[in-house]
Design a protein around this ligand. Structure first.
Ligand code: EPZ
Length: 424
């Protein structure tokens, strides 16, 4: 097990390049199961979650050819079986994304229930209900979703009780090869959902309402899709995290390979705090604030303020004048980073889903523990402004979604080492 050792209060600056979006790479990789011959994917982020899903696809029998660490060709002409086992799914709940494509292409599958994770129960009831509405017979047996659709899936009206990103993505992939039209209301509108829609559209599936909360998918009745090539969109959460690095250090920072409109809610919040955000084509620059004002955040679905940026802004709030208020509305337990930030000297009080952060305090380096992917990046942010050294343990969480983070941090001047835990 490794840990990061960071020396705070160093001068940083320059530019950082953003990789492909993990949360777009995962549904696009799963959609390879729909293709007759192959799906070629570029700009894949070199992160653990992508490798986990590729391993699952290989386990199912897909042919996998890595052109380089960011480019892959996947062939799902024939599978050896359609069982996504617990030991893979428990590592990454997004493995649930194989449910829709396996059902609509191969008409049966067994997918382990993902189980909860650090940020909450993370149920998949909405995925299951949607598949049943499309004609699948589903049993839950020994912790597995055992699903079959011997006649293939049929189009249906799926109205989600709650907006679910991967739930919308699963239904899109199921509906692509279903017989007839599927209407999805209360659909997720994240850029990653839009990329999946565009890929299916490019592969011959007509979809109305792309980018809105009401989608209509005209299924092709079960025909595997023809070959396609797609490049993953830039990771808006990785980009937002580096924007917060420039912000917490209150220093200019250039962030390259972004789609500015995907970052609008993050840029707006940073400007409200006092920073200046300039964008030119696919480059975004954050400039220092004269005074960093305390702020309020309520996390909501896209295009609202993303829950995946909540922890990072909590770290930033420790440096703002006044008391910031952060409400987490999507997950029931996404405040695991609070106790670790408190170990660094942050003044945070929690009441249910609302955190109050009293800013203006100097943080002091300490040993802290990463608990989930985005909490880990919040600890890095805090370490950058803490006096002395901070050791961040269990950074395998970071490796799940931040490509080469130590190299990227070093390149902008952060004093960071990646070390082995004693005796391991
Ligand atoms: C996606 O998770 C992202 N992961 C998450 O990013 C992100 O935090 C989340 O969307 C919200 O934006 C990927 O895209 C791979 P949801 P997902 O289904 O799809 C409830 C990261 O850090 N719900 O939109 O699993 C659920 O409990 C990760 O990159 C049900 O109740 O999230 C939550 O309260 C973390 N039943 C809410 O809906 C269901 O069947 C939103 O969850 C499904 C979801």
């Amino acid at each position: 097990m490794d840990y990061l050792k960071i020396l705070g209060r160093q001068n940083i600056g320059g530019s950082v390049s953003i990789g492909g979006a993990k949360n777009s790479a995962l549904p696009v990789l799963a959609s390879a199961l729909l293709y007759e011959d192959f799906l070629e994917i570029g700009n894949l982020p070199d992160v653990a979650d992508v490798k986990t899903l590729v391993r699952l696809l290989e386990y199912l029998g897909c042919g996998v050819e890595w052109k380089n660490e960011h480019q892959i060709k996947i062939s799902a002409q024939r599978l050896v079986h359609t069982k996504a086992t617990y030991d893979i799914v428990r590592k990454m709940r997004a493995s649930i994304l194989v449910l829709g494509p396996l059902l609509s292409r191969f008409r049966k599958c067994e997918v382990s229930l993902p189980g909860g994770c650090a940020i909450g129960a993370r149920p998949v009831d909405l995925h299951i209900k949607a598949m049943e509405k499309m004609g699948a017979e589903i049993l839950i047996e020994n912790g597995y979703i055992v699903a079959k659709a011997p006649q293939g899936l049929r189009g249906a009206h799926i109205s989600f009780d709650k907006i679910t990103v991967t739930g919308t993505e699963n239904v899109l992939m199921a509906a692509a090869l279903a017989k007839g039209e599927t209407k999805i209301t209360n659909a997720a509108k994240e850029p990653e959902v839009v990329q999946l829609c565009r890929l299916l559209e490019q592969s011959g599936i007509k979809i109305d309402g792309i980018g809105t909360d009401t989608l209509v998918v005209y299924g092709n009745g079960g025909e595997p899709l023809k070959n396609a090539q797609v490049d993953i969109i830039p990771d808006r959460i990785e980009a937002g995290t580096y924007m917060c690095i420039g912000a917490i250090m209150n220093t200019p920072l250039c962030i390259e390979n972004v789609i500015p409109e995907h970052l609008q809610s993050i840029s707006d919040k940073l400007e409200e705090i006092g920073f200046t955000i300039n964008t030119r084509d696919n480059i975004l620059e954050i400039l220092p604030a004269k005074k960093m004002q305390a702020f309020e955040i309520i996390t909501t679905e896209y295009p609202g303020f993303p829950t995946d940026m909540q922890a990072q802004f909590m770290a930033l709030a420790t440096q703002c004048d006044g008391t910031s208020v952060i409400e987490e509305r999507l997950f029931e337990n996404r405040f695991m980073h609070v106790s670790e930030l408190q170990r660094l000297g942050a003044h945070i009080s929690l009441k249910g889903k609302v955190a109050q952060v009293k800013g203006g305090e100097n943080l002091r380096g300490a040993d802290v523990m990463a608990t989930d992917l985005r909490a880990s990046s919040a600890l890095i942010l805090a370490a950058l402004v803490a006096d002395g050294y901070t050791q961040i343990h269990r950074i395998y969480h970071l490796d799940r979604g931040y490509e080469k983070i130590q190299e990227k941090l070093s390149k902008i001047g952060v004093k960071v080492e990646r070390l082995k835990e004693w005796g391991r």
